[in-house]
Design a protein around this ligand. Structure first.
Ligand SMILES: *Cc1c(COP(=O)(O)O)cnc(C)c1O
Length: 245
């Protein structure tokens, strides 16, 4: 048995300590509890402990869980944090409140199109692959690669003009098990890109940097994260893996 309340208190303490180390207000940081592989009863328990923001990475897994919790009448905000296929967008916009993982103009167009048809809007973050790992999704923008950066800026220009999308920021995943300097430089380079976007696209309300997970959220906070996506530190180790896609 895991003690969710204790885990959560511990995570909150770590968030506050990291924020204070760099002179930030801990309240600027939104904790998104990533619930993949964990059952809806545990999500309800997390809700009882005061959490309101939850993340899932696969539509198929998320749908029955979100439905179960909705039927209980709990007011949760759902964040889509994993890769989203275009043919699942229609379903996704009925389930999620924000999509962190927009990784192409084509996907953004589809979200915009489906939102227009439904008469709703959708907050989105743009996923950026700053580490250059080929296994990762996201717009690839490696530090000091001006060609990649230009391509990304062109994409942002197209995205920002799409109706019904509320572009709010950037998201990244740092490499797993990397040394702290490597993690830090990933987060720092996303932050640098964020600052550039604020200058180049002042009409967009850039406000979120979604970066940091169980193993690296303190470094991410030190480097400016406003949203961290944490699973294991709250819910314990996952006892089963998701099958490969
Ligand atoms: C699983 C996942 C997380 C959380 O990972 P933990 O190591 O459990 O904290 C964060 N972001 C994404 C995109 C994930 O898939």
């Amino acid at each position: 048995m895991i003690d969710l309340q204790t885990n959560l208190a511990h995570v909150k303490g770590r968030i506050a300590a990291a924020a204070i180390r760099v002179g930030r207000d801990p309240d600027e940081i939104t904790l998104v509890a990533v619930t993949k592989t964990f059952p809806p009863e545990m999500i309800e328990e997390a809700w009882n402990a005061g959490l309101r923001e939850f993340g899932e990475n696969r539509l198929q897994e998320a749908e029955p869980k979100i439905t179960w919790l909705r039927e209980k009448g709990l007011d949760l905000n759902w964040h889509m944090v994993g890769h989203l296929q275009r043919n699942k967008v229609k379903k996704a916009i009925g389930l999620f409140d924000i999509i962190h993982s927009v990784d192409s103009v084509r996907l953004a167009r589809e979200i915009s199109h489906r939102c227009t048809a439904k008469g709703t809007g959708m907050p989105i973050l743009l996923e950026v692959n700053v580490s250059g790992e080929s296994s990762k999704y996201g717009f690839r923008v490696q530090e000091a690669n001006s060609q990649q950066e230009q391509q990304f800026l062109d994409a942002v220009e197209q995205l920002a003009a799409l109706p019904r999308l509320d572009v709010q920021g950037l998201m990244t995943m740092a490499p797993l098990d990397a040394p702290e300097e490597v993690l830090r430089s990933c987060f720092r380079s996303l932050r640098g890109l964020f600052e550039k976007l604020k200058e180049d696209f002042p009409e967009v309300n850039w406000r979120h940097l979604s970066m940091g997970m169980t193993d690296d959220f303190e470094v991410a906070i030190e480097e400016g994260a406003t949203m961290i996506r944490v699973g294991r530190a709250i819910f314990g180790e996952r006892t089963h893996r998701q099958e490969d896609k």
